[in-house]
Design a protein around this ligand. Structure first.
Ligand SMILES: [Zn+2]
Length: 173
């Protein structure tokens, strides 16, 4: 394991690098096997929480496993999600020294999510914002483009093309 779960400075429990992780390295493989539906509801009596549910691109709801359910949001993230054949991997966006908290930007790969207040404490924190990639400032959307999940990028290719066309025509000064 390259990560460990412990108390976070951002929120509740968090996931931390337990050793140095290089940019591009796979930090962990996400376990999306626990599907939540009418036949398999969230069992709060067994300690499961609706807060740990995630909606996949095809509309399937899953209950996130450990440790990924503890990965917090940051407006200055150090990891991103890349999926292939419906298997999600968390990759390092940059070198992550041992001891640093692992965090991704929840607005990446999200559309029409909740409005909520981020408490990441980074200098570029968006504070209260909508969890929606296309609601991010365009400069930020462009910065995140290489880190979009290919599945998300394919699903929203028209909107992404619009973004590129629009920003292509922006005056350069
Ligand atoms: Zn923030």
């Amino acid at each position: 394991m390259k990560v460990e779960v412990k108390q976070s400075l951002i929120h509740g429990m968090g996931v931390f690098a337990s050793k140095d992780i290089a940019r591009g390295e796979v930090v962990l493989r996400v376990d999306d096997s626990r599907i939540v539906d009418d036949d398999n509801p969230v069992r709060e009596d067994l300690g499961e929480s609706p807060d740990h549910c995630d909606c996949l691109y095809g509309g399937t709801t899953i209950l996130m496993g450990e440790p990924e359910r503890y990965i917090n949001q940051s407006c200055d993230p150090n990891v991103f999600v890349y999926s292939v054949n419906r298997i999600r991997f968390v990759l390092a966006m940059r070198d992550i020294p041992a001891g640093e908290e692992i965090a991704y930007d929840y607005a990446v790969n999200a559309v029409d999510g909740d409005v909520w207040t981020c408490g990441c404490g980074t200098s570029n924190c968006r504070g209260r914002h909508k969890c929606d990639f296309f609601s991010l400032p365009e400069v930020r959307q462009l910065e995140y483009l290489p880190f979009l999940d290919p599945e998300f990028a394919s699903l929203h290719k028209d909107k992404i093309q619009n973004l590129l066309n629009r920003t292509h025509r922006m005056p350069s000064k």
